[in-house]
Design a protein. Structure first.
Length: 161
């Protein structure tokens, strides 16, 4: 017997979340080693090569990308473990950048969140995320080269224009 509508909605939300991370990582020219979702635990992971370097701004945008992609696809998941882990990491990065207890850190975080949200509203980022979100539930785990084959043709559209 197949998964219920609620279970498929949860799997879709998990897939969209991890797809968001993966697409933004590739947009920043990072190599993905593996990505996976675990519907039973409500968790997922996108592993990137340790050789890749991101700025703090890019790192924060990658963390925001999971929830941004979920929101763009209306794939909400209540009490998402992944979103909670991402939010904690973002808070740590922001507090390291802005150690003073003022509004500068919160303002900067909001700017990066909006910038990330905007990436999923149209164009090649959105089309790459759609393609990956559709395929990940079939496999639950994908190796990096497979992820790249799904994402990269969409991201190359911007290079051709």
């Amino acid at each position: 017997m197949g998964a219920s509508r609620k279970e498929w909605a949860r799997i879709h939300a998990l897939s969209a979340h991890e797809a968001g991370h993966a697409v933004i990582l590739r947009n920043f020219d990072q190599t993905i080693v593996r990505m996976s979702i675990d519907p039973d635990l409500g968790d997922g992971q996108t592993e990137r090569s340790p050789d890749g370097k991101l700025t703090v701004e890019q790192e924060i945008m990658v963390l925001y990308a999971g929830t941004a992609c979920q929101n763009a696809f209306a794939a909400h998941c209540e009490n998402s473990l992944m979103a909670l882990k991402d939010a904690a990491r973002i808070e740590t990065l922001i507090s390291n950048l802005f150690p003073a207890e003022d509004d500068a850190g919160a303002h900067y975080a909001e700017i990066l969140k909006r910038k990330t949200d905007q990436l999923f509203t149209h164009g090649e980022i959105r089309s790459a995320a759609v393609a990956l979100t559709k395929r990940l539930p079939k496999f639950l785990t994908m190796d990096g080269p497979t992820v790249h084959r799904i994402i990269d043709p969409h991201l190359r559209k911007k290079e051709k224009s």
